[in-house]
Write a protein that binds this ligand. Structure first.
Ligand code: OXD
Ligand code: MN
Length: 595
């Protein structure tokens, strides 16, 4: 039975039913009872494996098809009315043409299957910063993941009422054919269509498709921001909490930073980190003129490999109950899970991520094809499981942001931390953000990939308009604007070893950032921005001398001249649309370096 009388929703569903012809339509009401029945059904059909109830209560394992294990950027489209609106960094297709192609692919594909209708809220239900979506899917796995990652059910529809302001998300698994796989956003229609995939990032439409691609477009039109950022709260010994939002490209440790555990000497002083979000931030100007952020998600869709007690205790704890694991290794002796980097005990009686017996004796660190878990295997864990989840997480008002942090993986160029000279200069830094490829990814190592604000695959409109939107937001915020910083945990020595210990010790840098926001720390002005006085980064209990620290705080002129030339090249992509302010920022950087 329909859970709403909202005509725009009912008409849309009728239209899709007519197209895909499901055997039945089931509305997801958000009750535990209904979700439990779906879990049982997925176990009965083999879609999920129920794990050890004592060791991992409420946890399940799912395997996707081997051809369907990651987001597919080359098959992701922004179907704006004009190519110009999608801009030079997105794949584009005319919306009418794409609708026709997708409908032809999806036609009749739900025959013999159930259509699940998932009403979901991105952000706490009813929050002024939240938005509603409805996803149609023929996958129980999608329903159960959405029920962790978002707030689902009838309450969402009740808050929406008769409004037409909701995002249409239509997913059809079809035959999971990679040749016919498309992930399409139609920003002007508030619509998403995803076909021929059943893997997380492509099919949990609330996440990248809505909360970043569609929402970034909405934010541009409506005067707010949807960003690929973690949000954390840093609590000082006086009990005051200051919030930081931070953007990093994939493989830079966003989830680890969001859930950081401070080093012992700071813990003893009662410093603490609270996690608000690990992937996405929606930010709006509040009544007091400051920038407020919510995490629109309700769970973590984290990469499993590398997660362990040391690297991210809090993330690991979050996966101990009510979690869905995707494409990890299945330990048969005790019906639990394993992945590379969890611990040193390679399992002897286990199935690999494809479900085949795994031979630990053939394991070769350098050869991913011998791994037990897929390198992009995931956990979908409820945020409420996280031991350091912020008390503000579920409140709708959002948290006031003191600092915005950008970062990437740069072996030589960027210092450990520096502060931008202004909001505009911070936007320049974000627009030029880059990361070097690691051995973890296919292709050459050390290649610089520009990924502005870590939004390259997620910006739902022309990226030059996006830069201008950032500049406009800064103008509106005026002197209430968060301060903007850049960090780089990945400077290496001559032998290629990381110099900075990273992980919990990054808290030392966060403390400097907050001190700067409060006017409590000094800095040295350089050509690129304000760099810490070395003595202001606390090295207590750290095996690092001042000279080493000084080394990773240096701004090398020749390296930066090369960097400026590369930024100029990067900017050419945006042609005439590139905001004048950013051209000026680049010119100023060059002039500063020439001094
Ligand atoms: C993610 C990503 O999965 O950014 O969060 O790729
Ligand atoms: Mn992400």
């Amino acid at each position: 039975m329909a859970l709403t009388t909202n005509k725009s929703i009912l008409d849309w569903i009728d239209e899709k039913v007519e197209l895909v012809k499901p055997d039945q339509v089931v509305w997801i009401d958000g009750s535990e009872e209904q979700l439990d029945a779906l879990r049982a059904e997925a176990v009965a059909t083999g879609e999920m494996i129920k794990l050890n109830e004592e060791k991992l209560p409420g946890c399940y394992l799912h395997r996707t098809k081997p051809n369907d294990v990651a987001r597919v950027e080359d098959r992701t489209f922004i179907c704006a009315k004009t190519k110009e609106n999608a801009g030079p960094t997105n794949n584009w297709c005319d919306p009418d043409e794409m609708y026709k192609k997708l409908y032809d692919i999806a036609r009749d594909s739900y025959k013999g299957r159930t259509m699940y209708v998932i009403p979901f809220s991105m952000g706490p239900i009813g929050s002024p910063l939240a938005k509603v979506g409805v996803e149609l899917t023929d996958s129980i796995y999608v329903v159960l993941n959405m029920a962790i990652m978002t707030r689902v059910g009838k309450a969402v529809l009740d808050t929406l009422g008769d409004s037409n302001d909701w995002v249409r998300g239509f997913h059809a698994k079809c035959d999971v054919d990679p040749e016919k796989r498309y992930i399409c956003q139609f920003p002007e229609d508030n619509a998403i269509i995803s076909v021929n995939s059943a893997y997380g990032g492509n099919v949990l439409l609330g996440k990248k498709c809505f909360a970043l691609r569609i929402a970034s477009y909405q934010g541009w039109k409506e005067g707010w921001m949807a960003e690929h950022m973690l949000i954390l709260g840093l609590q000082n010994p006086q009990g005051e909490v200051k919030y930081i939002a931070a953007a990093f490209p994939s493989a830079c440790g966003k989830t680890n930073l969001a859930m950081l555990i401070p080093p012992e000497y700071l813990k003893e002083k009662d410093y603490k980190i609270w996690t608000v979000g690990d992937d996405i931030a929606w930010m709006r100007i509040g009544k007091d003129g400051r920038l407020y952020a919510i995490n629109p998600e309700n769970g973590f869709f984290g990469v499993a490999p590398g997660t362990n007690e040391k690297s991210n205790f809090n993330a690991l704890e979050s996966t101990k109950k009510n979690t869905i694991f995707t494409n990890v290794c299945h330990k048969l002796d005790d019906n639990t899970v394993w992945w590379e980097g969890l611990d040193k005990n390679l399992p002897t009686n286990a199935n690999d991520w494809k479900g085949n017996p795994w031979d630990a004796s053939k394991f070769d660190k350098a050869d991913k094809s011998t791994y037990a878990a897929h390198p992009n295997s995931r956990f979908t864990a409820p945020a409420e499981n996280c031991p350091c989840i912020s008390p503000e997480f579920d409140k709708g008002e959002g948290v006031p942001i003191s600092a915005i942090v950008f970062g990437g993986r740069r072996a030589k160029c960027t210092p450990l931390v520096y502060q931008s000279k202004s909001w505009e200069n911070g936007v320049f830094i974000g627009s030029a953000m880059a990361s070097e490829t690691t051995a973890a990814a296919a292709g050459a190592v050390g290649v610089v990939r520009r990924d502005p604000m870590a939004m390259l695959p997620f910006c739902g409109y022309h990226m030059a308009d996006y830069f201008q939107h950032w500049l406009d937001m800064g103008e509106k915020l005026g002197d209430k604007a968060p301060k903007i910083f850049n960090v780089n945990w990945f400077r290496t020595d001559d032998e290629g070893n990381f110099v900075w210990p990273g992980f919990g010790d990054n808290m030392r840098v966060l403390n400097w950032i907050i001190d700067r926001c409060e006017g409590k720390a000094d800095a040295t002005e350089t050509a690129i921005g304000y760099v810490p006085m070395p003595e202001d980064i606390d090295l207590t209990d750290l095996d690092m001398d001042m000279d080493t620290l000084k080394d990773i705080l240096t701004v090398d002129k020749a390296t930066w001249e090369k960097e400026a030339a590369e930024i100029e090249e990067h900017y050419k992509k945006f042609g005439d649309k590139l905001p004048e302010e950013l051209k000026n920022q680049l010119a100023t950087l060059k002039a500063n370096l020439a001094k």
